[in-house]
Ligand binder design. Structure first.
Ligand code: SF4
Ligand code: SF4
Length: 390
């Protein structure tokens, strides 16, 4: 297909999608416009907020050729591919093939990377990227390496310099909003500024029962979080940096409660050292050998029914392909698997559930809903006293 026919195919697919969504169709003739593809589940880091902290690539692998063939079949209609799952995409043996396919089919790419590697062969594909989110939770060697265990600050810093030189306009710093970073947001902003990064995004921490990192969750310190974020906003404005962070902290600060929470944060001791990591790893191996590991994943917090209007953007227009080549509606849950059929019974039934005005139970803690990031879905009630109404 030549360039203009490629663009036209994507545009027609998009129009067809709009039409089918409006008419609440459950068997789609359009194809996914946005695909998230897990190129690998391996990582060379063991960051303290991630399952790699204790899995040590026990379940890690690269996606295979047959899954890449499935991607290629969908690319003529697809406009954007997110090449992340649960691993470092640039370590995947399929990374360069994926880049070549995206270039051939005129699809744009997004990735989140720890930037511990930046292969020279990747340089010619950097124009394919619409955005590159660089994970960083420490502005100095000591902070960086105690959070991003196994990675090296000097290498990261040097690769960030190279990346900024080649395609700085698409680069953002991607940080995790947690107790360990919230008090050092100014340092992270100044680090971004020194490198010429103009966008810094703080994402929500995934509380993990194995790591037992609930004391890192800023929902426990909402007043202190609001204080630190508002301070960071002022600095970001002075530096000309766009700052984004999860929208569930109160706007007004209650000074006394805030002081108490700041003291509590200051009293926390960082305990994610090698001994802690080994302890959790041994526990993981026990669960894993008994095949009960998945039971240790956090249970959804919201149990009450939630009504909704519309349909999740990911269900309507997106597709998640995991490292095993299986299709899911999104990266947020593995509760519904489509197999390898975009119009499978499971996919149709999920679309029908949304159109019936009932938010599927596995969506109740969805960060896209919490952060109000879905264009096609409105939730009318969330039964959780910790959360603002949507
Ligand atoms: S770089 Fe990302 S995938 Fe790798 S351990 Fe850290 S958080 Fe996990
Ligand atoms: S978990 Fe979130 S992204 Fe996934 S289908 Fe539900 S609402 Fe959509």
């Amino acid at each position: 297909m030549d360039d203009s026919r490629q663009t036209q195919a994507k545009r027609l697919n998009s129009l067809l999608a709009e039409n089918e969504i409006q008419n609440k169709v459950v068997v789609y003739r359009h194809w996914p416009e946005v695909i998230q593809m897990e190129l690998t589940s391996r990582c060379n880091g063991q960051c303290v907020m991630c399952r790699h902290y204790y899995e040590w690539n026990d379940c890690g692998k690269d996606i295979d050729e047959s899954a890449m063939d499935k991607l290629e079949a969908l690319l003529p209609w697809c406009r954007l591919v997110l090449i992340n799952g649960y691993g470092e995409p640039m370590l995947s043996g399929q990374f360069l093939r994926c880049m070549e396919l995206l270039k051939t089919y005129h699809a744009k790419a997004m990735m989140t990377t720890n930037l511990s590697v930046l292969p020279e062969e990747a340089f010619e594909y950097l124009s394919v990227f619409e955005s590159i989110n660089v994970s960083c939770n420490g502005a100095e060697k000591e902070d960086y390496e105690r959070i991003h265990r196994g990675l090296h600050f000097e290498k990261f810093d040097s690769n960030l310099g190279k990346l900024m030189h080649m395609c700085g306009d698409v680069v953002s710093l991607s940080c995790v909003a947690m107790a360990e970073t919230v008090t050092r947001m100014d340092d992270l902003l100044l680090f971004a500024y020194r490198h010429g990064v103009r966008s810094v995004r703080f994402g929500r921490l995934g509380v993990n029962r194995m790591i037992r990192n609930d004391e890192q969750d800023l929902l426990r310190y909402p007043q202190a979080a609001a204080y630190y974020f508002s301070k960071a906003e002022k600095l970001a404005a002075q530096l000309g940096i766009a700052l984004a962070y999860p929208g569930y902290y109160p706007g007004a600060v209650d000074c006394r409660q805030c002081e108490r929470e700041i003291d509590e944060l200051a009293g926390l001791r960082f305990r994610y050292d090698a001994d802690h990591q080994r302890e959790i790893w041994e526990e993981f191996l026990q669960y894993h050998s008994k095949n009960v590991y998945e039971n240790r994943e956090p249970a959804p917090k919201n149990d009450g029914p939630v009504s909704c209007k519309g349909i999740c953007d990911w269900v309507a227009k997106g597709l998640y392909i995991d490292v095993n080549g299986r299709y899911f509606p999104c990266c947020e849950s593995k509760c519904v698997c489509y197999g390898d059929d975009w119009n499978s019974d499971a996919a149709q039934s999920l679309r029908g559930e949304f159109y019936a005005g009932k938010l599927p139970s596995f969506c109740r803690n969805c960060p896209f809903i919490i952060n109000n990031e879905l264009q096609l879905l409105r939730c009318e009630r969330i039964a959780d006293e910790n959360r603002i109404d949507l």
